[in-house]
Design a binder for this molecule. Structure first.
Ligand SMILES: Nc1ncnc2c1ncn2[C@@H]1O[C@H](COP(=O)(O)OP(=O)(O)OP(=O)(O)O)[C@@H](O)[C@H]1O
Ligand SMILES: [Mg+2]
Length: 258
């Protein structure tokens, strides 16, 4: 954890929103999942989203990507109303990188072919494609796995591949749905460092959803806690873990991050 904290941008002050969810409500078959939610994600912010199973965390990421349309409310990206903008246009116009909770790769292609496929879509010049892929292969230690079909990779290797694929287009908005779930301790540390380095070297906003609350809180600027379709607590990691409602609905009394 000391290693991680060293990377933190302590005086994070940019409150300019890159994504705004305004008065969003979502229903599935008359069942209300999101209830008049208002959420701003600031430029260069790392936002963590926590909440119990089924509360709507993945749904919120899907609202930002356009995979899910809200029943009510508006979604603004870069100040532009994108509520009706199709997924592909959102991804290219706003350079979105997305790691879905499940899937995200082509099972019958090898690891390197999955990476190449995405690189060919996003990077025009062959030489730049190769440079980017080589950088990711080294960073994620994929050297011995290049020819293995995605379906034969382990759970953690699959997750790492999807994360690497999401970084190929140098995203300005990076959405990570349970990135730590399948990873070993050292790989989680590596990913936390990648996240923090991205924030310090590039203008990028990152949203992380995970049930590994400690790992998540160790690398975010701000966290929100969701319960019953609403945000019940928002603030710094220390603020949210000491919040009364967050304790009773999510963390319990004993939780700490040290
Ligand atoms: N296509 C769908 N049809 C009906 N209900 C759905 C559909 N997709 C999601 N839901 C419901 O919406 C709710 C929110 O789902 P979501 O996947 O966003 O939860 P989550 O917070 O990501 O949960 P988890 O932590 O388990 O991943 C759940 O109750 C789920 O059953
Ligand atoms: Mg989910």
């Amino acid at each position: 954890m000391a290693l991680i904290k060293k990377f933190r941008i302590k005086n994070f002050k940019n409150t300019d929103p890159i994504v705004e969810l305004k008065n969003i409500s979502v229903f599935y078959n008359k069942r209300q999942i999101i209830d008049n939610l208002n959420l701003k994600i600031n430029k260069q912010e790392i936002l963590g989203m926590l909440g119990p199973n089924g509360v709507g965390k993945s749904t919120i990421l899907n609202l930002i990507t356009g995979l899910k349309n809200p029943n009510y409310g508006e979604i603004l990206i870069g100040g532009i109303n994108c509520t009706k903008l199709p997924i592909n246009e959102r991804f290219t116009k706003f350079q979105i990188g997305f790691v879905p909770q499940y899937g995200g790769l082509i099972q019958n292609l090898s690891l390197i072919d999955n990476l190449k496929l995405v690189a060919e879509i996003h990077i025009e010049e062959k030489e730049l494609q190769i440079q980017k892929l080589n950088k990711l292969i080294t960073q994620f230690e994929f050297e011995s796995l290049l020819k293995i079909k995605a379906k034969h990779l382990s759970g953690g290797q699959k997750k790492k591949l999807v994360i690497a694929m999401a970084l190929i287009n140098n995203p300005k908005i990076l959405l990570l749905d349970e990135p730590f779930a399948a990873l070993d301790i050292l790989t989680i540390k590596m990913l936390q460092e990648i996240i923090l380095n991205l924030q310090s070297t590039e203008e990028i906003s990152i949203v992380v959803v995970d049930h590994q609350a400690r790992d998540l809180l160790n690398c975010v600027d701000r966290a929100i806690i969701l319960s019953n379709g609403k945000i019940i607590a928002s603030g710094s990691p220390n603020d949210v873990i000491s919040d009364k409602d967050a304790k009773s609905h999510y963390f319990g009394e004993e939780f700490n991050i040290s």
